[in-house]
Design a protein around this ligand. Structure first.
Ligand code: HEM
Length: 460
């Protein structure tokens, strides 16, 4: 039997937009408590169905995923990312995903991970040489190193001289995309509004860089074991001898920009939260350092050589710390889909064209599946601790066929960065004021996280 979806009251014309814009996490948390399973709200003139229960989330993302396409929210991202993996849909997306998937197989990740070890070790060494007499802005430092890692693994290039400009462009794009999502008035993108002008400038800066990488690779023809090569030489078996066997330039640009954007900011933000949590939880930090010392202290390497990638796979507690950090602060805090045809989620009717919103943040803070949910406790991810927990109660990387293609890449990168950093440094919070999560496209700290690093006596 059909049940009417409860509707949360809002203001005339703007619906619930202002309340959501003011405090999205607070508002969503209240809606979850009040309605429990599903509620309809109105944001920016559109009906949105929030689904709160893991089994309903599984239904949308996995069981009936063909009925749930990219929502209008993705149009904003499309302006920048084009028809890349994150924003495309339907058969076109399936085709692109098939082409890109081999680049993320386990052996390929292992290969890319040795680059991660080199870059992370160089970064930690540079930190050690820098002036550590006062606190450092670790958020910015992580943005730089994850950018370096993505440049090396994607393009085998060191673009560090352009890093500052780029971080700033991506920041601009993030803030503008978010503003545009919440605004009920959509100015045409061709109008020379200040926001559109800033957006175009930021986009051009990123495009110049990416097209430059593609052009120089095509010119030299040199082969590299990086993600760009995998995309350049990926072939569509079904295209026969047609010139479309390989990705056209524009598509290459879209996929590169997508991997580049999706691949660095999320990881940097997540790492910053992880260090923030560890600075608050010295017992966990100590246990982590003991694990790292136990593994890295015993691997046999030649004098001055870096530890092998396998060593980082033998650090279960390091992984648990990262997983717990992404539970408390999932960088992708909300995801949305559009119903392509009328459907039912349980007894609730979802009309064609309306949006369904899933929030990993709410799922991860639900006391039903996470007792004492605000407490940082990496043992929630100890072997066997997930018995009885629904699979979709935890989805930092999404779920179903659109699961993050870079999830293994990201976990590996975070484990490596974290292990090498805490091996060399103790970390302390200087500013005791709590940092709040600020939900833009990603869940960022409300202000940059500043930490005091002190070299450890046992550091290499
Ligand atoms: C902590 C780091 C990361 C987090 C939390 C994260 C999270 C996510 C989530 C939740 C989705 C699904 C979005 C949806 O279904 O609407 C996604 C998709 C995606 N992610 Fe990640 N991601 C991370 C790192 C990366 C990395 C390192 C890469 C690439 C190198 C990457 C590339 C992508 C791509 C291409 C998609 C679209 C996949 C598709 O739809 O086929 N991500 N990510």
């Amino acid at each position: 039997m059909e049940t009417i979806v409860p509707v949360h009251p809002g203001l005339p014309l703007v619906g619930n937009t202002l309340a959501v814009a003011r405090d999205p996490l607070g508002m969503f948390t209240r809606l979850h408590r009040q309605y429990g399973r599903v509620v309809r709200i109105n944001i920016g003139g559109r009906n949105q169905y929030m689904v709160f229960q893991p089994e309903d989330v599984k239904y949308v993302l996995q069981e009936n995923h063909r009925n749930y396409g990219r929502s209008p929210a993705f149009r904003v991202l499309k302006r920048f990312l084009g028809e890349g993996l994150l924003t495309s849909d339907g058969d076109f997306w399936r085709h692109q995903r098939r082409l890109a998937q081999p680049a993320f197989h386990r052996q390929k990740i292992t290969l890319l991970a040795s680059t991660m070890v080199q870059e992370s070790a160089a970064w930690v060494a540079e930190l050690g040489q820098s002036d550590l007499s006062g606190p450092i802005n670790i958020s910015q430092a992580l943005m730089d190193v994850t950018m370096r890692i993505v440049c090396k693994t994607l393009f085998s290039t060191d673009a560090s001289h352009r890093l500052n400009g780029l971080s700033h462009s991506l920041e601009t794009l993030n803030v503008l995309a978010n503003k545009s999502l919440l605004s009920p008035i959509k100015w045409p993108t061709s109008w020379p509004t200040p926001n559109n002008r800033r957006y175009a400038k930021a986009r051009k800066q990123v495009d110049d860089l990416i097209y430059g990488f593609i052009a120089s690779r095509k010119q030299t023809g040199t082969r590299h074991d990086d993600l760009l090569d995998m995309l350049l030489y990926a072939e569509d078996e079904e295209a026969g001898d047609s010139p479309n066997r390989r990705m056209p330039e524009q598509q290459l640009r879209d996929e590169c920009v997508t991997l580049f954007t999706a691949g660095h900011e999320t990881t940097a933000v997540s790492m910053a939260w992880t260090l923030y949590l560890l600075a608050h939880n010295p017992a966990s930090l100590e246990r982590l350092q003991a694990e790292v010392a136990g593994v890295l202290g015993t691997v046999k390497t030649e004098e001055g050589a870096l530890p092998p990638v396998e060593a980082f796979r033998a650090m279960p507690y390091t992984l648990q710390v990262v997983q717990e950090s992404m539970r408390l602060y999932p960088p992708a805090w909300a995801m949305s889909r559009m119903a392509l045809a009328d459907d039912h989620i349980g007894p609730y009717r979802i009309p064609k064209g309306d949006t369904v919103v899933v929030s990993p943040y709410l799922l991860h803070h639900d006391p039903t599946n996470w007792p004492d949910p605000e407490r940082f406790d990496p043992d929630r991810f100890a072997p066997g601790a997930d018995a009885g927990r629904p699979a979709y109660a935890y989805l930092p990387f999404g779920g179903g066929p659109r699961l993050c293609i870079g999830n293994q890449f990201a976990l590996m990168e975070m484990q490596i960065l974290l292990a090498l950093l805490v091996q060399s440094f103790d970390i302390h919070l200087v500013d005791k004021k709590p940092v709040r999560p600020q939900p833009l496209i990603t869940l960022r700290p409300s202000r940059p996280i500043r930490l005091q690093l002190t070299a450890r006596p046992t550091a290499p």
